[in-house]
Write a protein that binds this ligand. Structure first.
Ligand code: NAD
Length: 264
């Protein structure tokens, strides 16, 4: 400690002490890393996931490290579950969260011609309709309070397309366009809405769809930084978009892809 770190009027711009964050997908991969990063920035974490055991484990890890948080079960394919999640979170927080981080997501890799409508419905529900419904439920309280930061994990697939992920890319493109429009609608009330678009990231989702082998090696070769992202590297940008460091940024999409995609 020195005078700068000790003095609260010098509080660092990325300090989230006492801020409340609702985060989906906290059981695994990027969501788990993000929940831990929010907690280490001082935020109180309300994590949701359909995987109860692993979601609880994330929150237990946060508490054991001295952080604060709670797990609330959530299934983004069910409107009733989303409503119950929101009601529980609002009850525990005593109002709207300061931050919503939509991280949960699902992918099915196969040629588009092999898609069946049930695949479209599932991916649309988890990657698009579910987060939209959750935001819609929290939004009136945030607008009334005139503050809030909404950060949604999209994908570079939604910006540049991706073979074998055609419908998934569509859901991610949809959430990007939704976020931009929402940013315009809510800016007057002081809210910010942004997306993070990860490139290939070392998580169970990625490892399940592109296992070790030639395809994976070729993909890594094409990444200028020559490796996959670690989940915490995506988490850093998600947390950054929820801090006062980005108060003047809204409607933006930040790619974290090791240079695989470079947007003008
Ligand atoms: N890993 C990558 O390479 C990559 C690349 C681009 C974008 N993304 C996006 O990053 C986000 C996180 O993915 P990840 O790689 O950490 O995957 P992951 O599979 O490790 O984690 C996803 C989490 O979402 C949860 N989830 C899935 N369906 C759910 C549902 N119906 N209700 C509630 N929770 C549900 C899972 O239980 C899991 O905990 C996703 O939105 C994904 O599309 C990942």
């Amino acid at each position: 400690m020195n005078d700068i770190t000790n003095n609260t009027s010098w509080r660092h711009v990325t300090d989230l002490t006492g801020k409340t964050v609702v985060i989906t997908g906290c059981a695994s991969g990027i969501g788990r890393a993000t929940a831990m990063q929010f907690a280490s920035a001082g935020a109180i974490v309300y994590g949701g996931d359909r995987n109860e055991a692993d979601g609880q484990a994330t929150i237990s890890a946060i508490r054991e490290a001295g952080g604060q948080g709670d797990f609330i079960k959530l299934d983004l394919t069910s409107g009733a579950s989303i409503d119950a999640f929101v009601d529980t979170a609002v009850g525990k927080i005593g109002g709207a969260p300061d931050i919503i981080a939509n991280v949960a997501g699902l992918d099915r890799v196969m040629p588009f011609v092999e898609n069946t409508p049930d695949v479209w419905e599932l991916l649309a529900q988890v990657n698009y309709i579910g987060p939209v419904r959750m935001i819609h439920r929290f939004l009136p309280l945030m607008l009334e309070r005139r503050s809030g930061k909404i950060v949604t994990v999209a994908s570079d697939a939604g910006r540049v397309g991706s073979m074998g992920e055609t419908f998934y890319a569509g859901t991610k493109g949809a959430i990007i366009a939704f976020t931009k429009s929402l940013a315009r609608e809510t800016a007057r009330a002081g809210l910010t809405c942004n997306c993070v678009a990860p490139g290939p990231t070392d998580t169970p989702l990625f490892n399940g769809t592109i296992p070790e082998g030639k395809l994976r090696d070729a993909l890594i070769k094409a990444i200028p930084l020559k490796r996959l992202a670690q989940p915490v590297e995506i988490a850093h940008t998600i947390v950054y978009l929820a801090t006062p460091a980005t108060d003047f940024m809204t409607g933006q999409v930040i790619s974290v892809s090791g240079g695989l995609t470079m947007h003008g």
